[in-house]
Design a protein around this ligand. Structure first.
Ligand SMILES: NC(=O)c1ccc[n+]([C@@H]2O[C@H](COP(=O)([O-])OP(=O)(O)OC[C@H]3O[C@@H](n4cnc5c(N)ncnc54)[C@H](OP(=O)(O)O)[C@@H]3O)[C@@H](O)[C@H]2O)c1
Length: 260
């Protein structure tokens, strides 16, 4: 049975991925910083019986990630797929408004956390002789820039470089490393933002054209991950072709992803 570990699986896209992998018959370990979020997520997935494990883990702490790996090994005996999904944004703040601890938080979660996640999963997978590791891209991975996403984009751009470098470094091993590009989703991630990023008409207009529910994106990503057999895979939900089609469609079809 395939076993999947998802960091930041207690809410948003990570939770949606956990749900799909469970529906596909996999074992899943999910984690988050907040114990109540982890408990709530595991509880709401309990219809999948004993195939889900929740671990409180703050990816800003290397020891927590090592514990996440070990708890998963103790429970499942092997880890086939490891997804570094946990990520935070900078709440839409301009760089000049960010406190040093906000800067540290974004760097430590999005970059350091994913680097240590990759390192720990890679070491373990080399020992077991197989496995796949995926890192989560985001705005900025392709070099795009926007006010309020400066630091976030920097971490995502760096993570893409890091992942590609890992693919090259592990080319002579059986471990597959790749990137996931989930497009745009209205999750807490956006709701936690403030100012223009959260409330701006431009943001809402673009999300209503290009955005999707996390469940939709998760179904696509999980299916591709489960079928993947190569290192260096770049699994992209919002392709250029889809973007073009969405803009054409938006002339005729109006969507409101923000109503709740
Ligand atoms: N939403 C989008 O439009 C979008 C677009 C492109 C890429 N992405 C990327 O997709 C990933 C997931 O985003 P999302 O929209 O699902 O975000 P979200 O709804 O805010 O969920 C984030 C998840 O990560 C966990 N988390 C945050 N910091 C953590 C830490 N230090 N250690 C462990 N877990 C942590 C959170 O749980 P706790 O709060 O309990 O820790 C939660 O489960 C991120 O990497 C993001 O950059 C999102």
């Amino acid at each position: 049975m395939t076993t999947v570990v998802i960091t930041g699986g207690s809410r948003g896209l990570g939770y949606a991925l956990a749900k799909v992998f469970l529906q596909e018959g996999c074992n899943v370990t999910l984690c988050g910083r907040t114990p109540s979020n982890v408990l709530h997520a595991v509880d709401s997935l309990s219809n999948h019986g004993q195939r889900v494990l929740g671990v409180t883990c703050d990816v800003r702490r290397r020891d927590d990630i090592a514990n996440l790996w070990q708890r998963s090994m103790d429970r499942w005996g092997a880890v086939d797929i490891w997804i570094n999904n946990a990520g935070v944004n900078q709440q839409g703040q301009a760089l000049s408004d960010l406190f040093p601890e906000d800067v540290q938080n974004v760097l430590d979660t999005n970059l350091r956390g994913a680097i240590f996640g990759t390192q720990i999963a890679l070491s373990g997978m080399l020992q077991q002789g197989r496995g796949q590791i995926f890192n989560m891209e985001g705005f900025g991975s392709n070099g795009m820039q926007r006010k309020g996403l400066n630091l976030y984009g920097t971490t995502k751009r760096a993570l893409t470089h890091f992942t590609n470098a890992c693919v090259a470094e592990t080319a002579d091993t059986p471990i597959l490393i790749g990137l996931l590009s989930p497009g745009m989703m209205v999750t807490d991630f956006l709701k936690d933002s403030s100012g223009e990023l959260r409330n701006g008409n431009d943001t809402k207009r673009i999300f209503n054209i290009l955005g999707d529910a996390p469940d939709t994106v998760a179904r696509f990503l999980a299916a591709k991950i489960l079928r993947n057999h190569k290192s260096g895979a770049h699994i992209v939900w919002l392709t250029k072709r889809k973007i073009l089609w969405r803009f054409v469609r938006s002339v005729f079809v109006k969507r409101d992803l923000f109503k709740d």
